[in-house]
Each structure stands twice: as structure tokens, then as C-alpha cells.
Design a protein around this ligand. Sequence first.
Ligand code: C2E
Ligand code: MG
Ligand code: MG
Length: 684
Amino acid sequence: MSEGQQPIASERKGPGLAARFVLAFCGLFLVFGSGVVFTVWNNDRQNADRHATDVLRREARSIAAQMDIAERDSQQIDTAYSLELVVSDPAAEPRGLRIVAADRVLADHGAPAFRKAIGEFVRGAGAGGEILVAAAPMKGGQVYVAAERRVLRHGSMGTAAFVASLFFGFGALAALIAWFMARSISDPLSRLTAFAETFGETFSAAPVEFKTGDELETLGRAVNQMGERVQATIRRLQRMAYSDIATGLPNHERFTRDVTEFLNTRQGETGGLFVVRLDRLDRIFDAVGHDAGDELLARIVNRFASAVRAIDRMVRTEHCVTLPSQLARLRGGDFAILASSFRGPEDAARFAQLLASALNQPFDWREHKLVLGAAIGAAILPQDADDADTAIRHAMLALSAARADNGRMKFFTKALDREAHAQLAFEREMRAALERNEFKAYFQPKVDLLSGRVIGAEALARWVKPDRTMVSPGRFIPAAEENGLIGSISEVILRDACWKAADWAREGFPLSVAVNISPLQFADERFTDKILRAMADAGLSPDRMELEITESVALENPERALRLLEPLRSLGVKVSLDDFGCGHSSLASLTRLPFDIIKIDQQFVRALAKDRHAPAIIEMILAMAASLDYTVVAEGIETEQEADFLRRRGCQIGQGFLWGAAMPAPEFLRFNAERANVAQRGVA
Ligand code: C2E
Ligand code: MG
Ligand code: MG
């Protein structure tokens, strides 16, 4: 967990836990307290009533007794109803107590007098005053005494007030204690919440620390532990996300970050970004076997890293220890180096030169002598780019240029960038042309050198724009091979050629058609099915179909070539080895390939007139083909002499400008008819 981090206070959306706890407590206390106070008050009230009634009764009895004496002593009772007595009971404070009436008096004065007396009394007591009445027997009747209730009650209501104040006093104290108790629970919880919120947002937060000695403390410890584990996992994931698993070197993402950091923080410094492609890595792995691959890769990385360190010491003398150059693996055989603190572009050039020569030195591994075959593209920073992606892209452009030139090393230039943009624009144009169906199959005749008859044609891709102008195949075919569009273009040509050849057969010209197969088409697992489908859709008989595959494509994986081509050959499809003689395959390895025709590359035919070895090479190819029973097609025949030479050496079929370049299908059919006539007259 990171040190010194402040937990982010959690944003409360209502009263806190402690406040809610105390509110709930006070609420309960209020309800309970009010109940108790009400009970005490009610009890007081009832006691007061009882007391008042007792006082009144006592008064009634005492008046009755006085009346009895008075009657005995004198007859002064007539005015009794208006008599106001001062009662001696001090606790009763009986101000306003009146003898209201006596039966005897009522007898003399009648009920209305009593009612009047009561009425006066009630009015005297005021609105809402309650009247208590008590009666006592006296000689000859009853004495009634009435009084206001409030007058008869004494200070007993003080008990309720006392209880209430006591109760609420204790309540306030209890609320305070409850507040502190609640805080002691809610504080750790708030901290845990803040921790969870911060951690949830940033995967990093200061550990929660509190010593409550209870379950909360245990929970806090568990949460801290969990956070640490999550962070450790994140660190591991980050390591995995930012490093190449096979070599442990920083990967593309990490390298991009490092370059970004360099560009953002080391302004004013000259740096170099070098992209290195170890071209032969795959082939080396194939050669040594994949089991040994890991060990070999580790050895290569080791060698690479020590080369970088050594060059660092030579070129970046002062900074090689404090800021060593960083080596990363971008993907496959592509590595990259970021070197900073160059004194100028000359240092970067020297660095690249030394790197190229170090990596191209052969080295021993087990019983093998290996050469990595490194090509290097370099960009100078910040001069060539101001962001990491552009810097890497520019170094990659330089790398492609170095490889295209068969060179070992190239620096990025603005011209390379312009070229790349132009290529991109051209690629867009090509895609649009594919959609608009502007790629057509043109047919170059293949002629039987002995009879002079056309035996078939090679379908060649042509880009015919809507205004009938053509884009040179020398331009778009290499571009399509580079950007991968050659696969789609070849499929268009394949289908077009199948339809045209099927038409010719239907029109009575059973000519064969040869189509060129791109490496991309051949890499497709559905290759065989696609060819079968194209022939079936067009209704072309398989024995009219020929597939031209270059030596290098077929030899890359002879087993695969056999697996893909054999089913087609068994149906009658012919396979020819295009551009024969240009590859580097040994003659022995050729026998492992499933093919029927050899096409001698045009460079040998063209060399016939200039190179004194050329005839011998052609003779050798023809002799080998004859003994292995292959048909031979010579391409690029431009002159009668070339045709004659080949015919006399036993080459069966010729193709070249001598007869014609690739032409649209109708023209080809006309040409075929003309040739048939010429052949009939016996001219080849
Ligand atoms: P390729 O298959 O060896 O085709 C023969 C090339 O030689 C054609 O060039 C053709 O026009 C040219 N050529 C034929 N006779 C002569 C001659 O007498 N003199 C000279 N100087 N050249 C001659 P193109 O059409 O430019 O095609 C170049 C290459 O592009 C082809 O070589 C083939 O590898 C590829 N290509 C053409 N069309 C397709 C296609 O549809 N699919 C694929 N995958 N590749 C294609
Ligand atoms: Mg060809
Ligand atoms: Mg060829």
C-alpha cells in the first residue's frame, strides 16, 4: 500500500451513522419518556382529585355539624347558602370554597335558589372551571358544598414536572453517551468506507488504521491485507501486460510509454529509436526445432542485450550507466531500442552502424553457426516525431526501406513518409477499384513451340480504369503484394479466368488457362475448396486448369503444398512451378513438390543473347525436366532466335511478346484462330 496517502473523505448523502443512531435513540427516549411523564402526571391528577374530594367532603361534614349546632343554638341558618366559610385545612387552600346549599334551606327557598347559587358560582369560577360538589347529612337534610377544582388542588403537579426534567436531564446525558458510542463505531466504518471508495477508484489507498480492539479492528486488518493482495496482483498483471512473456523484455505497450516519457520529459535532448528486425528468426527456429527455441531465444536476447550495452559504452559514454539504452521486443522478430542523450545525429548513426554489425556477426549455438540477419530502421527524436506512435511508425518505415533496398540500416526521412502516404492513397484507390470490379483477367498466349498452335493462356491481372486507361501491373502488383490485396485480386482473376476458359470450351476451343497463385491464397486453409468452387461455378473442366506457384511459396512447406495440391492434381489440374531458377531451392528438394510443369524464368531466356552461361543453364533445366518427366514452358520469349534455341533443345511450350502480350479474352480468341491458320500453313 502506498505510503503517505490520505484517504479521500467519503461523500455523505444523509446524516451520518452516529447522528442517525443518536436520533433514533432520542426518538425512542422521547416516546418512552413522554409515556412515563404522562403516567406520573395522570396519577398526580387523580391523587389531586381524590384529595380535593376529601377536603370537600370534610368541609361538608364540618358544615353539616356546624349547621346542626346552629340549629340547636339558634335559627340563623336561613342565610346559609350565601355564607362564605374560611376552611381551616391549610393544605386545601380552600379559597373560594362555598357552602352552596342545604336541603333545609332548599325547602325554604326552593330548587331555583340552589340552581341560581350554583350558576353564580360557576360564573365566578370562570370559563372552563370545573366544579366539585360534596354532600353531608345534617339534621333534616343534606348540606352541599361546591368548589372550583383548581382551588382544591395543591402543588402535586410538580411531581410530573420534576420527573419530566429528571427524565430529560438523564436523556440528554444518555444521548451524549450514545453519540460517543456511535462515533466509536461509525468512525472506523467511515474510514473503511473511504478506503473502499478510494481503492475502488484508484486501486491504491492508505491503509486503514484504528485500534478498537474488537471485530472492527480485525475487519480493518483484513481489508488492509486484501488491498495489499489486490495491489500485488495488479502489479503482477501490469508486469505481464508490459512485458514480453517469452523474453521478459518490455513489450510494445511499455516501449511506447517509455518513448512518450522521453518525448515529454527530455526536451532538448537527442535520442534514437531503433527498430531491429531479425529476419531469419523464424527460419532459425525451424532449423533448430521448436523444443530448443526457448533456449535459443534466451541466448539471442542475451546476445542482443550485451551488444546494446557494449555499444552504449562506446557511443553514450557518459550516460551508459545512469541512463542505459532500453531494449524491448515489439513482436516476433521485431525488437526496438530507445537510446537517449546523444550528442547529435552522428551518434545515432554510429550507434545504428555498430548495432547492425554486431547483430550480423555469426555466433555459435550448440552445433550450429547462426546469423540473425538484422535489418535496422532508425528515427531521431524528437526531430523525426513528436509522439511515440509516430516515432515507432517512422522507424518502421525506415526499416521497410532498408529491407527493400537489401540494406542493413536506414534512417527515417521525410521522403519515406511521403512515399508511405502515397502508398496508402494508392491502396485506398486499389480497394475502391476492387469494389468497382476494375481488375480483369487478360490472357497471354502459350504456344506449342513445334506446331505453333496456341495451347492455352496465362491469365494476368490487369487494372482497367473506367476511362479504359490501364494502371501498369509493374506498379500495382508489387503494391498489392505488399499490402495484401494481391489475395483478393488473384481470386477475382481466378474466377474470371475460369469463366472465360469455360466459355472457350463451350465455343469449341478447349484451351487451358493458367492462373497465378499468390502466397496469401496459398496460406488459406480453404485454398483447395476455393479452386474447386471456382471451377465448378464456371463449369470448367479441371484438366483445362493450371495453377502457377512460385518455388518459394511451394517450398516453404512442401508437406502442406502436397496436402493442398494433390486433391486438385488427382482431378486433372496441372501445377506449374513459376519463375523457375529464381529461387534458392536445391534441385533435390524440388522432387518433393507436387507439380507437372516448369516455367523457366524469363531472365534466363533474356540472357541467352548476352550471357554465355545462359544456354548451358537452360539446357541443364531442360535435361533435368526431361528426366523427371516435367513439361517445360519458357516465358519471356521475344525473338525468333530465342524460340528457335528453345525448340531445338526440346522445350515444348513458349510464352512471350514474340506471340503477344496479355490481351482481353475476345482478342485472345481471335489470336488463337489466326494462329490455328498459321500453324496449318506450317509456320511456328
Ligand atoms: P509471371 O507469372 O511470371 O508473369 C509473367 C510476366 O512476364 C507478366 O508480367 C508478363 O506480362 C511478362 N511477360 C510475358 N512475356 C514477356 C516478354 O516477352 N517480355 C517481357 N519483358 N515480359 C513478358 P506482368 O503481367 O507484369 O506480371 C508480373 C507478375 O505479376 C507475374 O509474373 C505474376 O507473378 C504476377 N501476377 C500477374 N497477375 C497475377 C495474378 O492474377 N495473381 C497473382 N498472384 N500474381 C499475378
Ligand atoms: Mg505466372
Ligand atoms: Mg513467371
